[in-house]
Ligand binder design. Structure first.
Ligand SMILES: Cc1ncc(C[n+]2csc(CCOP(=O)(O)OP(=O)(O)O)c2C)c(N)n1
Ligand SMILES: [Mg+2]
Length: 591
């Protein structure tokens, strides 16, 4: 058992203490669903499994994971805690929580959450988790992020004991929800000596005065569920007229819409628009906004930022908004809460327009430099070859043929896939982008184009994306005018929602192309710090979560057409072929 403060991450120390206390109270099985915020718990569970202190089960779909735990508890009478990350992952436990409450089956949900300071500001994957199961839980606690403070670990031990006692109460068994806040660093590596794990197995099932005990534990370090804040007020501010002068950029995140592009054009300002913003087009678009925001001559020179929608695809945009020397104006957009990273936004307004003004040469140069630098960066990093000859001369055509031949044999990387899917999309089509890595690759590489892009960025869940795509297709193809609905998603995103591939007999089968970048698991986690710090086996098992599902057979089982592309030429063929029925296009990618 790590001593308090041993690992260097209070999150990891607290996670070990929580799981060890659960083991002491009789827990034998733990179910982990992959995610980043929950990494301390997941990796601690993997380590405790390695030393034989508990039995770990890893499942992708939290809904199924919940019922897996329910099944184990039905059989054994002992709850199997389920560990999930934040956001919609938590809500996916609701069906099992409801069943557990009505059937009186012991159940413990351990849901990771953002710490207090990241709530209510449209932080990624952050919702009101505390109280989310209100009415179905026997007990719930919203536990403050561990800081390493004195007494903290003891309070966690008590909380764990109480959770088991309440969940297994002979007169009134049922579900318990511990919502656990974690702050960076989200984990640190810990290796237990085998003996420590064995010692931890010796149970000391203390099932005393459950409810009073829980209230006590909740008051120490943990915040009781009743302290949940009401939905934030919808005070959306006044309209604003933006004067010229400060060096300005317009930022457009998810849900921004064409308004953002119009304002950037009217003001003559650079438009830093995410690909999911609905404003990813126009003469002022800056695709390479990440690189340029990192550059002192560009990002460093910004004096004012006008933000539309919810930026969620880069770390550079929130960093810009947090800066003290940048005046930030956030324009109201639909959705819960207001975008306010770092609580540093200067003004929230209901709408914005530009004051009448003749642009000075200096202002024109400012925007011109962003747009030119972005184009240059994009050209330099482009991986796909142009699909049409660049000239009509013999040399140009010969060169085109040679590149085409080379391309035919080239295997596909993420960037190439992102560019090819974007290029294949026309204004009458629809494009759905799943959460995780590929949406970022499209965001990095897509030149401006006025097409309809959908993405569930409200909470960026990997759940429900197949169904969302079918919904977009059904709604857009209803009157026969729209083209194909294509979705670009990861393999786990497909598998999480595999049951939505079922389109019942007699139901409309829309023209959908599900393009699945299959890298055998969740490679987004490979880009996080934890990939380097955690033991490889444990990281792979509880975060990468490898899979080798036969996607062709899955498609066949549900009556979907199936194509596969392993080279760039095949990919272009598959993307330009007609789609008359629901189709999966599998594209193998290197991890
Ligand atoms: C419902 C839900 N559960 C868990 C997560 C955490 N999560 C974010 S990305 C990801 C892995 C996605 O893998 P894949 O779809 O294969 O995309 P890749 O990163 O490999 O491109 C997971 C599990 C989430 N966002 N939503
Ligand atoms: Mg993947």
């Amino acid at each position: 058992m790590p001593e308090a403060g041993r690992s260097g991450s209070p999150a990891t120390d607290a996670a070990f203490v929580l799981l060890e206390a659960l083991i002491d109270a009789g827990i034998r099985d733990v179910v982990v669903c992959p995610g980043s915020r929950s990494q301390a718990l997941a990796l601690a569970a993997a380590e405790l499994d390695r030393v034989g202190a508990l039995r770990l089960h890893v499942r992708l779909d939290e809904r199924g994971a919940g019922f897996l735990a329910l099944g184990m508890a039905r059989e054994s009478g002992v709850p199997a805690p389920v560990i999930t990350t934040s956001g919609t992952a938590v809500a996916n436990l609701h069906p099992a929580m409801l069943e557990a409450t009505h059937a009186g089956v012991p159940f413990i949900a351990l849901t990771a959450d953002r710490p207090e300071e990241l709530r209510g500001i449209r932080s990624n994957q952050t919702t009101r988790q505390a109280g989310i199961f209100a009415g179905s839980g026997r007990y719930e606690a919203d536990v403050a992020a561990p800081t390493g403070a004195d007494g903290e670990l003891e309070a966690i031990r008590r909380l764990a004991r109480d959770a088991v006692a309440v969940a297994t109460d002979a007169r009134d068994a049922g579900p318990v929800h511990l919502n656990l806040q974690y702050r960076e660093p989200l984990s640190a590596a810990v290796t237990l000596p085998a003996a420590a794990g064995e010692a931890a197995v010796t149970s000391s099932a203390e099932a005393a005065s459950a409810r009073t005990g829980s209230a006590e534990a909740a008051s120490e370090g943990a915040v009781d569920g009743s302290a949940i804040r009401p939905t934030s007020s919808r005070d959306i501010g006044e309209p604003v007229v933006l004067e010229h002068g400060p060096r300005t950029v317009v930022v457009a995140g998810s849900g921004a819409g064409e308004e953002a592009e119009a304002l950037a054009r009217a003001g003559g300002w650079p438009l830093l628009a995410e690909v999911v913003s609905g404003a990813h087009f126009g003469p002022n678009l800056v695709v390479a906004y990440r690189e340029l925001l990192d550059d002192a001559e560009f990002g460093g020179a910004v004096e004012r930022a006008i933000v539309f929608g919810t930026p969620s695809l880069s770390r550079q945009v929130p960093a810009l908004v947090r800066r003290g020397d940048v005046e930030t104006v956030v324009v109201h957009s639909a959705g819960a809460d207001r975008y306010d990273p770092g609580h540093a936004v200067d003004r929230f307004v209901s709408s914005a327009r530009v004051a009448d003004h003749e642009q000075t040469p200096d202002e024109r140069r400012w925007t011109g430099r962003w747009v030119t630098a972005s184009r240059r960066l994009l050209d330099e990093s482009r991986t796909t070859d142009p699909l049409v000859p660049l000239g009509s001369g013999v040399d140009a055509r010969r060169e085109f043929l040679a590149t085409e031949l080379a391309a035919a044999k080239r295997s596909i990387d993420r960037r190439m896939l992102a560019e090819a899917v974007w290029n294949a999309t026309w204004p009458h089509d629809r494009l759905v982008l799943g959460a995780s890595r590929l949406v970022r690759d499209v965001d990095r590489s897509a030149p401006g184009k006025r097409i309809t892009v959908h993405a569930n960025r409200g909470l960026a869940g990997i759940d429900g994306t197949v169904a969302t795509t079918l919904g977009v297709a059904l709604a857009s193809q209803g009157d026969g005018s729209a083209g194909i609905t294509r979705a670009l998603i990861g393999d786990l995103t497909l598998l999480h929602d595999a049951s939505s591939l079922l389109i019942g007999d007699g139901e409309t089968r829309p023209r959908v192309l599900l393009i699945v970048g299959n890298d055998g698991g969740g490679t987004i986690f490979d880009t996080l710090e934890v990939a380097a710090s955690a033991p490889r086996d444990a990281f792979d098992r509880v975060m990468f979560t490898p899979q080798s599902v036969d996607v062709a057979a899955l498609a066949a089982a549900y009556g979907w057409e199936y194509r596969r592309a392993e080279t760039q030429a095949r990919l272009i063929d598959a993307l330009t072929a007609s789609v008359t029925a629901p189709t999966i296009l599998e594209v193998p990618l290197q991890r």
